[in-house]
Ligand binder design. Structure first.
Ligand code: HSE
Length: 433
């Protein structure tokens, strides 16, 4: 039986999961593949810390070159994350004619064009199933399962940390900070969770999916990003009163030749499938011209789910090596399905707005007059409590309006002497009604 040799750089949570799967499922995988997959080297700068899965010490090294320049190795798995030195390791491995598998969404979102070009020039593959949605095979679905489809829209919950925090805030009626602490205790949030809670991790993953779906090189800078740290438990409760749940969504949609790309907290109708995606789960809801609406749901992180995705890439690449497949299916085809990316001022959605106003006659009419002057039509209004002369939350749902009109109106409203705090805005999506 043919041998396919694998080396891993980065022996953390996912690396351990991959090593475990390759060992414990060795016979199972070789029956499916018709070849043996051998883990021959594992590199990590820390070889002292105890791991949940221990391997033969002879496989371990601190020197990345022992993987990248190893003539025995066919496939290099990069699991260290971050831009540098991951980029240099990947490029050197490619140059050495090794196939590369990575879970590195930050690097791919920024530099995928260059990395794929290098892989193509050297006749090797670059695979990245674990970079988006953890164990959910969404990359394979976009590349292969949906190859005949035109993708109209993608609405995705692709950050488990944020989804866990928002779900806890909703169910337990706790504030953002308490929910974040809980996420840290459960191991769902990094010690420095900024990349997650400010929405950038979702933007990295959206850049990868949107590039595949729309054939243009979407970069993080092309995406409007807003995180969840300003969402309060009050807003979640009030939104529920209107029939919505709050989710951090990564959104990509093409209207004609214009592409819209955004990551922000979004109101989702409580009856929509995305509303029931709880805890730290991920889900990608997409609409395409042949399949129609489809939901991909599962664990977006963790040792075994992420390793499931990496091993699927290993087996795919191994199959191509065995078959000596000359034309490998490209992961991104730059067929330019859009000409430009919509600017924030042109976004057109409906809005939840919470005004913090003093409670006296005429307040509502002052607010609604300014909204009317900016052609923003109110769908419903509710004032939650009435405490004389104290700040009261006034909640409004608007009909669809242009974002530039809304921001001009809010500048005026927030400048009124009856308004005591900056108004809070959460966008709502018509498609998710
Ligand atoms: N930090 C990510 C999340 C997991 O919270 O979903 C890996 O992509």
């Amino acid at each position: 039986m043919r041998n396919i040799n694998v080396g891993i750089i980065g022996y953390g949570t996912v690396g351990c999961g991959v090593a475990r799967a390759l060992k414990e499922k060795r016979a199972y995988l070789s029956r499916r593949l018709g070849a043996s997959i051998n883990l021959v080297k594992v590199c990590d700068k820390d070889l002292k810390s105890r791991r949940p899965f221990r391997i033969d010490r002879r496989l371990l090294t601190k020197r990345p070159a022992e993987v990248i320049n190893n003539p025995e190795i066919d496939i290099v798995v990069e699991l260290i994350g971050g831009i540098s030195p991951a980029r240099e390791f990947i490029l050197q491995a490619i140059k050495n004619k090794k196939h590369v598998i990575t879970a590195n969404k930050a690097l791919l979102s920024e530099e995928k064009r260059r990395l794929f070009k290098a892989a193509q020039a050297n006749g090797v593959e670059l695979r990245f199933e674990a970079s988006v949605g953890g164990g959910i095979p969404i990359i394979k679905a976009l590349r292969e399962g949906l190859v005949a489809n035109r993708i109209m829209s993608i609405y995705a919950i692709i950050n488990g940390t944020c989804n866990y925090i928002l779900s806890e805030m909703t169910q337990k009626r706790i504030g953002f900070n308490a929910a974040l602490e809980q996420a840290k205790k459960k191991g769902y949030a990094e010690r420095n969770p900024a990349l997650d809670i400010e929405g950038h991790d979702s933007a990295h993953k959206l850049a990868i999916m949107a590039s595949m779906a729309y054939g243009i090189d979407v970069r993080p800078k092309d995406i409007y990003v807003e995180g969840i740290s300003n969402i309060s438990d009050d807003d979640i409760r009030y939104a529920r009163g209107f029939g919505y749940v709050v989710k951090l969504l990564a959104i990509a949609k093409r209207i004609g030749r214009v592409l819209e790309l955004r990551v922000h907290p979004t109101l989702v109708n409580r009856n929509h499938p995305l509303a029931s995606v709880g805890s730290n789960f991920n889900a990608v809801f997409l609409d395409s011209d042949m399949l129609g609406e489809a939901l991909f749901y599962g664990q977006g992180s963790g040792s075994a789910p992420s390793a499931s995705a990496v091993v699927s890439d290993i087996v795919d690449v191994a199959r191509n090596i065995i078959n000596n497949a000359e034309t490998k299916m490209p992961s991104i085809v730059y067929d330019k399905q859009a000409d430009r990316i919509k600017r924030q001022k042109d976004f057109y959605t409906s809005y939840y707005i919470r005004f913090s106003a003093i409670d006296k006659p005429g307040v509502l009419s002052k607010i609604s007059k300014i909204l009317a002057q900016h052609k923003i039509s109110i769908a419903s209004v509710s004032q939650k409590v009435r405490r004389r002369e104290r700040i009261v939350p006034i909640i409004m749902m608007t009909h669809d309006a242009k974002e530039s009109a809304l921001s001009n109106a809010l500048k005026k409203i927030d400048g009124l002497d009856i308004i005591r705090r900056k108004s809070v805005v959460i966008r709502s999506e018509k498609d998710l009604e």
